[in-house]
Design a protein around this ligand. Structure first.
Ligand SMILES: [Zn+2]
Length: 320
């Protein structure tokens, strides 16, 4: 399990391209660090905002306290002293990643890595096919000349990127094969391994998390809410059913019981499925689900009415 966590962290750090504050790592990510060795190295970020060291919930601006120290002003905790340690951050050794990716793909080492600029690198040729590692799929899609620069007649180009939040809009032509960094590679025992494609690979554009119904994926198991989380938020089966039911009412205010009936859930109120159990307190995936619920569902507690404004389509469907 931690092997998977370690690779997920590598992919996240590569996708972000900047150091992350150590305080923002989940406990699983922290435990995954030991497996990564020197691939992830400590650094310090210059910061005007920190994650509140007290509640770890809010990002707060940092101020001088007038006595040479620093405080952050958390909306919930008020003034909280910020120690130097709170700026402790981690950065991915991207050269390490590129070298290990080359090994994973059997790219000959006499073939140099070529920096294509703006977070894209030509790793070399794997069986005479050029391989590109890029931070951002969208950027590569929107700049076709980038691939023209390295195209080899008669060969496909492989483009490896972290899975994007959405793949709306465009896709590559047939001469380009896209590989999701998270899914087509693994990390174990200090080695990155390529997972060869299965014969009936799904097309690159079939992203199960892609927003189809407003911010929700086709099956309501994912929501793309950049204000809540930079990556799509994954819901449990029950939570997805609740959102799907709320969606079906097109923004109208509906009695909680009726929603839960349509969702086929035993609880009385939609919120019940999002409440965080004490054992899950502080776990980012649970916090994100609850935050998504808070961002999408409008509650009239006294009347017991619920509405999801983002599902309102026709005029007048939204009652505020
Ligand atoms: Zn706080």
């Amino acid at each position: 399990m931690t092997t998977h966590d370690a690779w997920t962290l590598v992919c996240r750090l590569f996708a972000g391209g900047t150091p992350v504050l150590r305080a923002t790592l989940s406990p699983r990510e922290v435990s995954a660090l030991s497996m990564l060795g020197k691939a992830v190295r400590p650094t310090v970020v210059d910061q005007f905002f920190v994650l509140c060291p007290h509640c770890q919930q809010h990002r707060a601006q940092v101020w001088g306290d007038g006595r040479g120290g620093r405080v952050c002003r958390c909306p919930e905790c008020g003034q909280v002293p910020v120690e130097a340690i709170d700026g402790a951050a981690l950065a991915l050794d991207e050269d390490w990643l590129r070298q290990k990716m080359r090994l994973a793909l059997d790219i000959e080492s006499r073939d140099d890595i070529y920096d294509l600029g703006d977070g894209a690198w030509r790793l070399g040729n794997a069986r005479s096919s050029p391989v590109v590692l890029a931070r951002d799929l969208t950027r590569v899609l929107h700049e076709p000349t980038l691939l023209d620069r390295i195209r080899v007649a008669g060969s496909n180009i492989r483009v490896i990127t972290p899975r994007p939040r959405t793949t709306r809009g465009s896709s590559f032509g047939s001469s380009v094969e896209w590989l999701a960094l998270e899914e087509r590679f693994t990390f174990y025992g200090g080695v990155i391994t390529f997972i060869p494609s299965v014969p009936f690979a799904v097309p690159a554009v079939a992203d199960p998390a892609a927003p189809v119904n407003g911010p929700f994926s086709a099956d309501f198991k994912w929501a793309t809410l950049p204000d809540v989380q930079s990556t799509p938020i994954r819901f449990t089966q029950g939570q997805a059913k609740v959102f799907e039911a709320l969606w079906s009412f097109k923004g109208a205010e509906v009695d909680g019981e009726r929603i839960m009936q349509r969702a086929g859930q035993k609880s009385d109120k939609p919120i019940d499925l999002f409440k965080i159990k004490s054992k899950d307190k502080g776990k980012p995936e649970h916090e994100a689900r609850l935050a998504a619920y808070g961002a999408l569902v409008v509650t009239q507690q006294r009347a017991g009415l619920y509405a999801m404004p983002c599902s309102a389509t026709g005029k007048g469907a939204r009652t505020s």
